[in-house]
Design a protein. Structure first.
Length: 346
């Protein structure tokens, strides 16, 4: 029998442990491969990991100021490679990947973006088109409306307020208003009746007089009002859940100042509504690209509008970086957002 010295056995076990740790480190390695990117467009990055992706997976863009912006997220069950779409606005220097592998261990990878992007000839014009705020508006998208003269910001403001309407559910608002009004009237009647009997003020019929009764009425009324406000808020949430609204995709083709636009396409898709307006009397011109499309996505309930709905655009400049969400069905969609606008070129 060959005896192994104690020091040799210790070195042997240490070598085995180091080998295992090396295998563990390699299992947690993730790779990020970026294909040639276009500015103001959706691009593709290949994400891979030998031990697979599982759970929350996120892809961030990092600017020259080290500010991180979420660009892509998904929740894969278990897969070793993913083709992730992300929008590049030309301001990011690198991408960073964070996630969890098939064993529940954290993953990280990063890759630099090319300094020079593929640029379309109109990219410089697209980069100067401004956006505007969205005014609070009610009603449904119109079948016809005008865009008055002005710069890109003025056009965006008019489109947001005249065309891109949310189609608010008046039934839910009416139920909520009726409930709130009946509750207020009931509380006022109940409080006045109790105060008149001397119950709400904390004094009996032999109390100190009118001032004590007025104070008791106000205190009881305020307490009832606070209760009713809370009930009204809960009712509003319940009504919103009972009357869900689909997401919307709004598009104005060649959004030019001074034009009259008619609703040319209205299509209820499975997860969203699509609206497209075109100029009623297009301007005759030799310029094949007189204007850019102005579009917006409204998806407050979550990811709904697929990226394929924007496949016709070679360039898109958004009001804020869009987040792409990949569901378990394999379809990439724009993540939920109250309102996201863009200028686009087909």
């Amino acid at each position: 029998m060959i005896k192994i010295p104690l020091n040799a056995r210790a070195l042997f076990f240490i070598a085995i442990m180091l080998t295992g740790l090396g295998t563990l480190a390699r299992a947690q390695e993730a790779y990020l491969d970026i294909k040639p990117t276009r500015a103001y467009a959706f691009n593709t990055a290949l994400l891979s990991c030998a031990s697979g992706f599982s759970g929350d997976l996120r892809l961030y863009g990092v600017g020259i100021d080290d500010k991180r912006t979420l660009l892509y997220r998904s929740e894969p069950n278990l897969t070793r490679s993913i083709e992730a779409s992300f929008h590049d606005d030309g301001s990011m220097g690198r991408l960073e990947l964070e996630g969890v592998d098939g064993y529940g261990r954290k993953l990280y990878a990063s890759a630099d973006l090319p300094e020079r992007r593929i640029m379309d000839p109109s990219a410089s014009i697209l980069s100067r088109l401004a956006f505007s705020y969205r005014p609070v508006a009610f009603g449904s998208p119109p079948s016809e409306a005008n865009l008055e003269g002005g710069d890109a910001e003025m056009l965006a403001r008019q489109a947001n307020g005249r065309f891109f309407l949310p189609g608010r559910n008046w039934i839910a608002l009416g139920i909520l208003a009726a409930w709130s009004l009946s509750g207020i009237l009931l509380a006022a009647y109940s409080s006045r009746k109790k105060t008149g009997n001397g119950e709400a003020s904390g004094v009996d019929d032999k109390g100190s007089g009118k001032d004590d009764k007025d104070h008791g009425f106000r205190r009881h009324f305020n307490r009832r009002m606070a209760t009713l406000v809370g009930m009204a808020l809960m009712t509003a949430l319940a009504i919103s859940a009972c009357f869900p609204q689909k997401a919307d995709l709004f598009i104005i083709v060649d959004a030019l100042p001074g034009g009259n636009f008619s609703l040319a396409h209205r299509q209820p898709e499975s997860t969203y509504h699509s609206y497209v307006w075109r100029a009623a009397n297009p301007v005759a011109t030799n310029n094949p690209r007189l204007g850019f499309d102005y579009l917006a996505v409204r998806s407050p309930g979550g990811a709904a509008v697929p990226l394929s709905a924007l496949a016709a655009y070679t360039s898109l400049r958004f009001s804020q970086p869009p987040v792409v969400f990949a569901g378990n069905d394999g379809i990439e969609r724009l993540d939920g957002t109250p309102f996201l606008s863009a200028w686009g070129e087909r």
